[in-house]
Design a protein around this ligand. Structure first.
Ligand code: ATP
Length: 136
């Protein structure tokens, strides 16, 4: 097993805290991968899929917005929300996606805070649906 530790934390709970071999996460500048010995860095995290492999098994998580720090063979991810694929309620995510799409259609042409909130909600919902469907 690689000497790399992953922690995925939200304001509500610790979602992952364990030794892993590789982490792949949706960074604000694009997807990035971390193996043991990675140089230290800090990046934003955008809604998408975070996956990691431990003992040869790959786990998929949906994450929302936050940041990640890589330092001393530890990947610390702090995000607003994160769910393991098996925890995702697909029906809830589909409803959230529909609500967001309706708001975006209605508010088209008047980009304001509500528009941005709807866009962000849409991205979260899409991330959840993609991760859940992958794991099915
Ligand atoms: P919704 O409108 O359905 O609440 P949301 O994107 O606004 O979706 P968040 O604010 O990102 O929800 O998350 C609030 C809490 O609900 C977090 O703890 C998150 O993990 C959980 N959560 C949100 N959507 C889902 C889902 N589809 N399945 C499981 N947990 C979810």
């Amino acid at each position: 097993m690689g000497n790399l530790y992953l922690e995925v934390v939200t304001p509500e709970r610790v979602v992952v805290s364990q030794q892993v071999e590789i982490v792949v996460a949706p960074g604000s500048l694009g997807e990035f991968g971390v193996l043991e010995g990675h140089v230290p860095f800090l990046t934003g995290i955008l809604p998408g899929e975070l996956r990691y492999t431990a003992e040869g098994k790959t786990e998929h998580l949906a994450v929302t917005t936050g940041f990640a720090e890589v330092s001393d063979n530890k990947v610390s991810v702090l995000v607003d929300a994160a769910e393991r694929a098996s925890e995702i309620d697909v029906e809830r995510a589909r409803k959230a996606m529909e609500r967001a799409k309706e708001r975006l259609a209605k508010d088209r042409g008047t980009p304001d805070i509500d528009f941005q909130r709807a866009e962000a909600a849409l991205k979260r919902a899409i991330a959840r649906i993609k991760v859940a469907e992958k794991a099915m």
